[in-house]
Design a protein around this ligand. Structure first.
Ligand code: SD4
Length: 368
């Protein structure tokens, strides 16, 4: 409880954090860097990737999907669903905004910022695992119910890519900014450059270099993207996602998460969907758009997620790929407040928050 209060205080201090001590101090952008500086609440400790001030997900209770699937949320208004166990704390950070009659994108940005700024979540924002050359590169996008979109791809040195994506949406004539251009834009918008690599990520990367084998592990290295979708009191849908992508990816690699239609799609008249997992497979079927378009034909969010996953499985098979080396998960909501979730393999979880639900649920999957 005390942790929670501390955390919310910290979230309120968000701009102070990124404007504070963790400044990018003239580093050479081609060299890997390790974040060792101290956030205001950390005293003089250096971060190890396990920031004691952040509440942890370890004690999250996961509910079986059979108890939940196709259960209509009792409210057709305020609702958030977010990928993975860490979604619970992200929902908690977003909920005061949403339940306080706030705008869905404000709630989503707050929730995702929480995870981005948690150095112990090692595949989103600060503390994200690096690419194989030691660069932490981040992808994020955001979308509202009217088709406004913003995205940043392969951006370095900015801890809160979802907020930069929102600035792209609101303050530029474009929808995507990449790499140095995205960082430069962020700095011009008042974001601070900083090291994003924590010592644990650095150690893991050094370890990885010994063999240099790129074999993303299902539900481990790829349980990273935070995708959050939801609806506010006025029935407005929205969504966002943010990730450091697949650990030890090639330099310049971009996944599905910053690509509107692949990692995220919102249709204000129909519903919203976001994806997590092996981005290459999601891009191939323009996954989130596919799910929303299935809902447009009248399918429930659950049925729509299942169709998209089965299609991915079929395509994997045709291409001679092993399904058990790939994980994909979709979560979706429709305008009536119904939710759905489905994954290729067991192990995918998501967190739901409404006035009647606050829980982490294990999604149904095609393969067990
Ligand atoms: C990517 N889809 O970069 C992301 C990774 C991810 O859960 O979602 N992992 O491909």
């Amino acid at each position: 409880m005390q942790h929670r209060r501390k955390f919310l205080k910290k979230l309120g201090l968000f701009s102070a954090i990124i404007g504070g001590k963790q400044l990018f101090a003239g580093l050479d952008a081609d060299q890997p860097h390790i974040y060792t500086n101290n956030a205001p609440n950390n005293g003089n400790k250096s971060l190890t990737g396990e920031d004691a001030n952040y509440p942890k997900n370890n004690d999250v209770q996961i509910i079986d999907s059979d108890k939940i699937i196709n259960k209509k949320s009792k409210t057709t208004t305020e609702l958030l669903i977010t990928t993975w166990n860490f979604g619970k704390l992200a929902n908690e950070a977003a909920w005061p905004t949403l339940s306080g009659n706030g705008y869905i994108l404000d709630a989503i940005e707050k929730g995702i910022n929480f995870t981005e700024l948690d150095p112990s979540e090692r595949s989103v924002g600060l503390g994200g695992r690096p690419d194989r050359d030691g660069h932490v590169t981040l992808d994020a996008c955001i979308m509202d119910e009217m088709g406004n979109i913003g995205s940043v791809v392969c951006m370095e040195h900015i801890a809160t890519p979802i907020s930069v994506a929102r600035k792209v949406m609101e303050n530029t004539p474009h929808v995507m900014l990449a790499a140095e251009g995205a960082t430069e834009f962020a700095v011009n918008q008042g974001f601070k450059k900083q090291d994003l690599m924590v010592p644990d990520s650095y150690r893991e990367w050094q370890e990885w270099l010994k063999k240099s084998e790129y074999k993303p592990t299902v539900n481990i290295e790829n349980h990273d993207t935070i995708g959050m979708i939801g609806m506010d009191k006025n029935g407005r849908l929205g969504g966002g996602c943010s990730t450091s992508g697949m650990a030890f990816k090639m330099r310049g690699r971009i996944g599905d998460s910053p690509i509107i239609g692949a990692g995220l799609f919102v249709d204000g008249e129909v519903g919203a969907c976001t994806a997590t997992g092996h981005g290459e497979e999601v891009i191939r079927v323009v996954g989130a758009h596919r799910v929303v378009m299935e809902m447009r034909t009248g399918l429930s969010p659950q049925a729509a997620c299942e169709i998209a996953i089965k299609d991915i499985a079929k395509k994997l098979e045709k291409r001679g790929k092993k399904w058990n080396e790939v994980q994909i998960g979709f979560i979706a909501i429709n305008i009536n407040g119904e939710i759905g979730a489905y994954s290729l393999q067991a192990g995918f979880t998501y967190a739901v928050r409404s006035y009647t639900q606050d829980e982490v649920i294990s999604a149904k999957s095609l393969y067990q």
